[in-house]
Ligand binder design. Sequence first.
Ligand SMILES: C[S@@+](CC[C@H](N)C(=O)[O-])C[C@H]1O[C@@H](n2cnc3c(N)ncnc32)[C@H](O)[C@@H]1O
Length: 367
Amino acid sequence: MTLLVTTRPLGPTRRVARSRTAGAIPPWTLHYGDALNAYEGWPAPSTIISDGAYGVGGFPGDPRTLGGLVDWYRPHVDAWSKNATPATTLWFWNTEVGWATTHPLLAENGWEYVQTVVWDKGIQHIAGNVNGETIRQFPVVTEICVLYRRRLEFATTTGVMTAKEWLRHEWRRTGLPLYEANKACGVKNAATRKYLTQDWLWYFPPAEMMQLLVAYANKHGDLRGRPYFSLDGKRPVTTTEWAALRHPWAHEHAVTNVWSHPPLNGEERYKGNGHRSAPRVHRPGKNATVHLNQKPLAFMRRILTASTRLSDVVWEPFGGLCSASVAAIELGRRPFAAEKYQVFHEHARQRLEEATRNKETGMADCG
Ligand SMILES: C[S@@+](CC[C@H](N)C(=O)[O-])C[C@H]1O[C@@H](n2cnc3c(N)ncnc32)[C@H](O)[C@@H]1O
């Protein structure tokens, strides 16, 4: 059997601007320039947080219409797909229609849709601003962030299969009855029902259960068909290899896919000379907003806490003020970011340095 999902071993890191932090706090990397020139030097990502073009002319280089969006993303999606591991996730920020326009490109490149998170900005976003007769639609107060994972497929002599199909196929090849999977896992009926079923009640077997299934199949299965549950056709899959096929997920009770947060204001909204650590490079006037697209840190923390582990590599190719990377520093992940425009890059660098100092002095606000 061959695993079809593209993998790439951890590669060397070309550092453009990086923290000087040594020891416990993982360093960060911020590339000044096009992310396309940075990807090859970055290690394989655990997650990619994309907040790029929206097709609304929102930042220099954002196409003014949806028409240019797919071409804009194509080389990036190519690089993400090439560098992803089977367990890499992608969080894709956009408008509803911007995402709908780009989804086919992502799907074609092996990204499997998981869910849509809706950012509800609340009524503050439009208050006093809407002429219903002019817009003739409900006022929009949302943006979305869509979670993808890599599509996991297994090539067999009888065709390409999903994990659900492959598990049953391999067990059937052993010649053992399906119910014997329960004996293999030491359970009454849960293994057959959860891991070998073909309906929506199917579960991806956790590594410790997979280890039991694999050992049993290769010990008791028909000698002629061995190895069973093999990724390379030569030996059975190991526990570590199996675990590496699936991205982490830390469930947070009572958090749904609708996230309410007003548009950014106050201290978190990065200002020109109004902000306590604003660099000299850009002085847009007191209290002027530096970047229109800055995302709430609380969202970036939530994303990273749910889908990554300590020290995991986080890509933020369209940095802006690098909110995802700031959250990554706070949470002990390793961010690799890029920003193409000098002014934004300079602000982002300053922000990342501040986040690192806060982390070092224990001042990071992870609330
Ligand atoms: C929507 S903003 C990101 C805002 C960010 N999420 C934040 O919270 O600050 C997109 C940013 O990506 C930058 N950008 C666009 N194309 C890029 C590219 N090819 N490489 C690097 N940066 C790029 C833009 O200059 C812009 O600042």
